[in-house]
Design a protein around this ligand. Structure first.
Ligand code: SF4
Length: 145
């Protein structure tokens, strides 16, 4: 994949996240990271390819190379020492919209369907094959950047 293509994809994903932040739907993430404990929630974020590229770039920007093993079933991007997301500013769409009661509950799909379609379009342009679980999606993206 060409680097120009990656840059365009990442810029579009950032624009989608920025637009989400201005949606008139009250959600307040307090970074409690309960939603990062997949073994507790039973839910794992699924990332399109553009989201995974942005997450991988955010991860590399922390100076790390490979995703850490996650033996406890939590997200590999959750820093155990601090209890914080390593890529909070670049966290995926699902981390911004899904299932956290403390933040106000999940978005209804109809509230963000246009943004989901745009993420799917970026995925298609990058030759992706649809959303993948965060661990596999980010690991694959790290191989490409
Ligand atoms: S990417 Fe960050 S916010 Fe999303 S589940 Fe992982 S640690 Fe939590």
């Amino acid at each position: 994949m060409r680097s120009e293509e990656q840059q365009q994809a990442v810029a579009e994903v950032r624009a989608i996240y920025a637009e989400l932040a201005y949606r008139p739907v009250t959600r307040t993430c307090m970074a409690r990271t309960k939603c990062c404990q997949f073994q507790l929630t039973g839910l794992t974020p699924q990332l399109t390819k553009g989201e995974a590229l942005l997450a991988a770039k955010g991860f590399r920007a922390t100076g790390r190379k490979q995703l850490p093993e996650s033996a406890d079933g939590a997200c590999p991007l959750l820093q155990r020492a601090t209890g914080k997301c390593m890529i909070y500013a670049d966290r995926p769409f699902g981390c911004r919209t899904h299932f956290c009661d403390a933040a106000g509950g999940p978005y209804a799909r109809k509230e963000v369907i246009d943004l989901i379609r745009r993420l799917e379009e970026v995925d298609r342009q990058l030759g992706g094959d649809g959303p993948r679980k965060i661990q596999a999606a980010v690991a694959a993206a790290l191989e490409e950047i």
